[in-house]
Design a protein around this ligand. Structure first.
Ligand code: ATP
Length: 276
């Protein structure tokens, strides 16, 4: 419980081990205990291979956990199957790094966003067009985008479309897995701004995964730090500088600082070259 509120998602002692014949077992998740609260944005940060994507896949049932329990609204959903699993999948949507991977190149954007609305019975056929336009507006895209094909959009516009589609399904939770990592810095900032705005306007809870602590800190209420399959620390985003204790968290913070310093030095050098 946090501030007297029950978590929407409760991960209890989760383990995930990948085992392949003739190969060494990979312990991708080890004793993960984490809660996500209603309306919260929980950041997950860690270097490549620390288990972030595996955690997201276990929560969304793309992978089965080896042991432990996933609670959703106080119900155990760890081993759901069949229709119960299909219905549960609607509640937790994922947005990945590469939007192009989930588009059908021959399907126009309107159909891409509208398809799940009909499949889940969220909109009547006659009203789908209007619903699509409203969703596009919410992510800052004009209605004309509905009649375009994915290849006619930029990476940032494609990611907005994927976010619109995920929101249209009306899930309780959206997991963003490195969702801004492939974008140019300025487009990344625009998408982060959109996420902050949606966070304020909707009650969808989010999990925001990135290897970049500076990016995670911009959108998250709390940050879980992962290292070698474990959550080594969970800190309030606003308190990161004061309350982060774990040496691994401190090393991530130090690298953010040095990147900032390098950027500042480059800006000074640019200015000097302009002013002579
Ligand atoms: N399907 C798989 N089979 C075997 N090992 C896997 C599989 N998927 C992931 N792993 C291993 O599990 C560990 C955690 O990987 P995971 O992709 O979850 O990390 P990550 O923090 O998301 O990294 P990245 O940001 O590079 O995706 C790594 O050692 C990885 O090699």
């Amino acid at each position: 419980m946090r501030h007297g509120v029950n978590p929407i998602l409760e991960l209890k002692d989760l383990y995930k081990t990948y085992e392949a014949k003739g190969q060494k077992a990979v312990h991708a998740l080890r004793s993960i205990n984490l809660n996500l609260y209603p309306g919260e944005c929980l950041g997950i940060v860690g270097e490549s291979g620390s288990g972030k994507s595996t955690l997201a896949k276990c929560i969304t049932h793309l992978e089965r956990v080896s042991s432990g329990q996933i609670g959703y609204h106080q119900q155990d959903i760890t081993r759901l199957k069949g229709e119960a699993l299909r219905l549960q999948r609607k509640q937790i949507q994922m947005v990945f790094q590469e939007p192009s991977a989930i588009f059908n190149p021959r399907l126009k954007i309107g159909a891409f966003i509208g398809e799940p609305l009909m499949n889940y019975g969220l909109s009547k056929r006659r009203q789908v067009g209007e619903a699509v336009i409203q969703l596009l507006e919410r992510v800052g895209l004009p209605a004309s985008v509905a009649s375009k094909y994915p290849h006619e959009l930029s990476g940032g516009e494609q990611q907005r479309v994927v976010i619109a589609r995920a929101m249209g399904i009306q899930p309780d939770i959206i997991i963003f897995d490195e969702a801004t990592s492939a974008l140019d810095a300025s487009i990344q900032q625009q998408i982060l701004q959109l996420l902050r705005q949606l966070h304020l306007q909707t009650d969808i809870s989010t999990i925001f995964i990135s290897h970049d602590l500076a990016v995670v800190q911009q959108v998250s209420d709390r940050i879980a730090v992962m290292h070698q399959g474990e959550v080594v620390e969970v800190v309030e985003s606003s308190q990161l500088n004061h309350s982060a204790n774990h040496p691994y968290t401190r090393s991530l913070m130090a690298s953010v600082l040095s990147v900032r310093e390098i950027r500042q030095q480059l800006q000074v050098a640019d200015l000097q070259s302009i002013t002579g």
